[in-house]
Design a protein around this ligand. Sequence first.
Ligand code: ARG
Length: 504
Amino acid sequence: MKDGKKLWSGRFQADMDQRTQDFTESTETDLRLVEYDIWGSQTHAIMLTKQRIISDTDLQQIILCLDQVDQDFKAGNFELDPQNEDVHMNVELYLIEGVGAEFGGKLHTARSRNDQILTDVRLYLRQQILEMQQQLSGLCRSFLFIADQHYYTVMPGYTHTQHAQPISLGFWATAYVSKFLRDLKRFDSAYMLINQNPLGSAALAGTSFPIDRGLTAELLGFDGVQEHALDVISSRDFILETLSTLSILMVGLSRFCEEIIYWTTYEFRIAALDDQFASGSSIMPQKKNADLAELTRGRTGRVIGALIDVLTNLKGLPMGYNRDLQEDKPPLWQALDVVQSCLSILPDMLKTTNFDTDRMAQLCEANFIMATELANYLVAEHDIPFRQCHEIVGRIVGELSRSGRTFADRDQTQRLLSERGIDLKTGQLQRVLDPVDALQNNRSVGGTSPTEVKRMSQNFSTQLDEIGVQISSRLSRIDRARKKTRQIVDLVLGGKSLTTIEID
Ligand code: ARG
C-alpha cells in the first residue's frame, strides 16, 4: 500500500474491509517465490530497456532497488506484508517507496500479476523437480546397492500375498528401480512443459508494447516461450501434471513402505530396520516400529488430495485468470514438501535395513513355492502337456497339504509322483525343488536369473547416470541464466547503458 492505498485503488472510493484483506492475501504462500519474483522483475526491466520502452535511467533506478530488496530478503530483512496482498505487490511497493513512482512505477509496463505469478511458480517448480529427481535417483541407487549383494539370495515371490514362485532379493530390489525410473521420466516430461516462458502474456491478451519474450526467456533460463497469452494465464495443467507425477510416485513409495512394514513383523521376520530408522513405544518395552514407513504410507493421501484439490479447482473455470487459481499453490507446496521429506529419509532407511536371508531361504523350503517348477520339469523332461502337469502337481500338493506336509517331505513327494507313473531319483527331485536352481533357470528376458538381473541392474544404473547428466546440465543452464542476469545487473549498477551491453 502506498499512503495506505492499494496500487490498484484508483477506481475505489472506500478502503478494503480488513476481512476482505485477510481473506484474499497470499503472502505466507508466496514466501517461496520472492527470489523468483525479483529475478523475473530484473529480466523484465532489462527487456523493457533493451526494447526502448523504458530508459537507461529508469532501469538503473529499478535495478538498484531490486538489488536492494534481493539483499534485504537474503539477509532476512524483507518481509511480505499481508496488507500488500501478495509477493508481486510487496516487491513493487518496495521499489516505488525506494526510488519513487517516477521510476518504480514503470516496472509494471507490459506485465500483469497474472503472467508474473506463473513465471514465479515455474521458476520455483523446475528447481524442485530437479531436486526431487536427484533424491529419487538416490533411492534407486539404494535399491541397486541391495540388488548388487543379492543376485543369488532366494526369497518367496508373492501373488495375492501368497507364496507364488521363488525370486531373488536382487530381483525384488531392481523391480523398484524399474518402476521409479518411470517416475523419473514423468518428472522429465513435466519439466519440459514447465520450463516455458509465460512472461509477456500480460493480463490475458498480450500487449501493444514491442516486448521481446525471447529475451526474458533466455535470461530466466526457460527453454522457450509459451506463446498463447490467453492459454498461458488460464492454464495450470503443468501443476496437474506435476501433482499427478507426485501422486504416482507417492503411491509407489507407499507400496514399498507397506512391504517394509509387514516384512519387519514377527510373522514375516525377513527384514529388520536399523535402530536409527525405527521408533519405540512409551508403554511396551519390546516394540520396534517402522514409523517412517507408516508415516510415508499415511501421508500419501495428502499428495493425492492435492491433485484432487487442483483438479476440482480447475474444472469449472472459464478461460482467463480467475482468483480461484491462487489456490493452486498451497496444495502444490504441500505435495512437494511431503514427497521431499519422504525422499530425504527412505534411501538411508532402505540401505541400512538388514535382510534375513536364512529366513527367506527357509520360507522357500517350507511351502509349495516350487510347484510351478515341478510342473515345468514334467513338461520338459516327461513330455506331458502343461495343463496335465498342472493337474498332477496340484493333486500332489492337495494330498500333501491335507496330511499337513509340504514338498519338504521329499520321500512322500517322491512316492506321490511315482504313484502317477513319474519316477524321480532323490537327487533329481532335490534339484528340481531347489529354489536357487529355479532362479537361475528363469533366463527369459526380464526373468529372475542372476545374469538377467545383473544385466537389468547395469542398464538401470546407466539410465540413472544419463538422468544425472541431464539434471546437472539443466542445473547449470539455470545457473548460467542467473549469472547472465547478474552480470547485466552489475554492469547496469556500474553505470553502463544497456545499449552498450551485448546480451546474446
Ligand atoms: N496471488 C495471485 C495468485 O496466486 C497472483 C495473481 C493475482 N492476479 C490478480 N488478478 N489478482 O494467483
